[in-house]
Design a protein around this ligand. Structure first.
Ligand code: FES
Length: 129
């Protein structure tokens, strides 16, 4: 199953957002994300639309739901612009989150955490876990 065909688009309620994805959805080749950078993914699922992003660190990937715990906004105002100074950065009020666990270490929501999106790399492809 690829990201574009995850569970069919026809039955999703208009505007519905979901916070989880089925396992085994192929998202992109690992090489499509530069080391240290991030990439946005939107998956149209039967239950609604999922918005997330993946950060690459070497051969590892870390996925998060694209929603800042400060004000609930998507973090990036420019496509794929999620990383600054080695952290995930929210573009609205500057919250910084550790890549490894999504914990906020600076900004207006210190102590809060990004919601994890389980992803992994299988045979060079980033897939949902
Ligand atoms: S919405 Fe992210 S820091 Fe305010």
């Amino acid at each position: 199953m690829s990201a574009g065909e995850a569970e069919g688009a026809a039955s999703a309620p208009a505007g519905a957002r979901v916070d989880a994805t089925p396992a085994g959805v192929a998202l992109a080749p690992l090489d499509a994300v530069a080391d240290g950078a991030a990439r946005n993914f939107v998956l149209q699922l039967r239950a609604g639309r999922f918005h997330g992003f993946v950060v690459r660190r070497g051969e590892a990937v870390f996925g998060y739901i694209d929603r800042c715990p400060h004000a609930g906004l998507p973090l990036a105002q420019v496509l794929d612009d999620y990383v600054a100074a080695g952290h995930v950065r929210c573009s609205w009020h500057g919250a910084l989150f550790r890549v490894e666990d999504g914990a906020c270490v600076a900004g207006p929501c210190v102590g809060a955490r990004l919601a994890a999106w389980p992803v992994t790399v299988c045979d060079g492809i980033i897939v949902t876990a």
